[in-house]
Design a protein around this ligand. Structure first.
Ligand SMILES: [Zn+2]
Length: 134
């Protein structure tokens, strides 16, 4: 059996104050994460204050490469099956996302993946980061 990825409509993101830069970069195909100016640690999702030491944070470009930490294929997707996953980026943070553009039956824990930006179902809304196996 194979289960080729077929796109579902993607709800546009809610752009919280302070995350405009993230979505501007997303439009340019770049994944950004936040790092702390005080302790240097990175975190996900982006926050104004460091979750480890409450220091100020700054944007940092991610390589967009990572590995699948965990995943689940939603067999009865809407309307197509899709794969929800936690991906750990090279920088060390883990984000919830989807694995796309591959056979969903071949997705595996530990698989190397790379970010791809998928258009959202709105009028001039930014794309969202998802991942494809490399
Ligand atoms: Zn910190």
């Amino acid at each position: 059996m194979s289960k080729p990825y077929q796109p579902n409509a993607i709800t546009p993101p809610v752009i919280e104050p302070g995350t405009e830069h993230f979505w501007d970069q997303a439009r340019a195909g770049l994944l950004t994460i936040k790092s702390c100016k005080s302790c240097g640690k990175v975190h996900w999702y982006p926050r104004t204050l460091c979750p480890f030491c409450m220091g100020e944070t700054e944007w940092k470009q991610s390589s967009g490469k990572g590995k699948i930490y965990s995943y689940s294929v939603m067999q009865r997707g809407d309307p197509n099956p899709y794969c929800i996953a936690y991906v750990t980026l090279e920088e060390g943070v883990t984000m919830m996302t989807q694995i796309v553009d591959c056979d969903l039956d071949d997705v595996r824990i530990g698989q190397a993946v790379e970010v791809v930006f998928k258009p959202t179902d709105g009028d001039d809304t930014p794309p969202v980061p998802m991942f494809i196996p490399t």
